[in-house]
Design a binder for this molecule. Structure first.
Ligand code: 5GP
Ligand code: MN
Length: 334
């Protein structure tokens, strides 16, 4: 990653803080990184007298809802009424992942794109992409610093959520000095991190725990044990009563199994037909390359795609590709 991407382009802050009506968006549904980065910017902008709102394009995961104060987040599929002076896409590698919000962004005077996916399609008017950053929340910390805007507890809490969730609580390989330095700067504003991790990780809804039980029962291995996978059926989702928005978190089960390099979750695609595939790897296998074959993407260790096939066919396709790639030793350290 070039050094240039480390600092935001100089025009970015000028455009962002120069608009009067600003729209912040992320992929739909947003995760902790997109939502946290967006709400921090909403607050920084409002403090400067701007009108700013985060559009989620639908409901967000329950464990993240504590972050937004009344009026800060719009959850309608097509977003709040425009037009906006500035729209900012956060944590989305392509405009397609913004769903209906993409056209709202296109209609605003300026369209900015802040992201840490190396394969970002640079779809906006001004794109700041830093594939080396652990989270868009970390990029927003740098943007605020660069602009001379001090961190406050109000901006630090959502940014901390962004960092904690995208680094897997400071455990994935994107956890380097930048993640910890940023965490230190955020914590210095004086909030209690245990309150946040209680909200994120110790507030598991019982139906989700039941789904986890069903998922463990459905755990399978492949590729000589290097792959573990789980397939969630509509029946399992119904029987457990789990919120479909939480279902993607089940992917931690297959990737946590001893000896596994790649963990895979297959589930009904949230927006109708097809099968959503979530991929996680541990040490050396690049799942973003694999996801890209089916029009998806992500990071080297966390990626996803939606296949237009029913689950049996989607699973056969993905497992075959994984077996071939793993047998070829793609990326394996010698
Ligand atoms: P998840 O498996 O949690 O849905 O996503 C993991 C990572 O892959 C995230 O970085 C997410 O942005 C990316 N990702 C998931 N699904 C897709 C997809 O359909 N297209 C693209 N481009 N990226 C995806
Ligand atoms: Mn992210």
């Amino acid at each position: 990653m070039s050094g240039a991407a480390r600092r935001p382009p100089p025009e970015l802050a000028r455009i962002l803080f120069g608009g009067d009506r600003v729209l912040l968006v992320s992929h739909v549904p947003p995760d902790g990184d997109g939502l946290g980065a967006g709400l921090a910017l909403v607050r920084a902008l409002r403090k400067r007298g701007k009108e700013a709102v985060f559009a989620a394009g639908g409901e967000v995961q329950r464990c993240l809802r504590f972050l937004a104060r009344p009026g800060e987040m719009d959850t309608s599929p097509s977003g709040p009424p425009g037009p906006f002076d500035v729209a900012v896409s956060l944590d989305s590698a392509s405009q397609e992942r913004l769903g209906e919000l993409g056209s709202l962004c296109r209609r605003s005077r300026h369209f900015l794109n802040i992201d840490h996916h190396a394969g970002n399609r640079r779809f906006a008017d001004l794109n700041w992409v830093d594939g080396a950053s652990p989270a868009v929340g970390e990029m927003v910390v740098r943007l605020l610093e660069d602009t001379g805007i001090p961190l406050t507890r109000e901006t630090a809490v959502p940014l901390y959520v962004a960092l904690v969730t995208d680094t897997g609580r400071f455990s994935y390989s994107n956890t380097g000095p930048a993640a910890h330095r940023t965490a230190a700067a955020l914590l210095a504003t004086g909030f209690d991190p245990s309150e946040i991790t209680d909200r994120l990780y110790r507030s598991i809804p019982e139906p989700f725990l039941r789904l986890t039980g069903l998922a463990i029962g459905a755990l399978r291995r492949d590729a000589g044990g290097l792959v573990a996978h789980v397939t969630l059926t509509p029946e399992m989702l119904r029987e457990s009563g789990a919120d479909p928005l939480d279902a993607g978190d089940v992917v931690t089960i297959p990737v946590s199994l001893e000896g596994v390099e790649v963990g895979v979750l297959f589930r009904p695609a949230p927006d109708g037909g097809g099968t959503k595939v979530s991929l996680r790897s541990r040490r050396w296998f690049s799942v973003s390359d694999l996801a890209a074959r089916w029009g998806g993407g992500g990071h080297e260790r966390a990626a996803g795609a939606t296949l237009p096939h029913p689950r049996d066919r989607a699973r056969a396709t993905v497992l075959r590709a994984l077996r071939e790639a793993l047998e070829a030793g793609e990326g394996e350290p010698s």
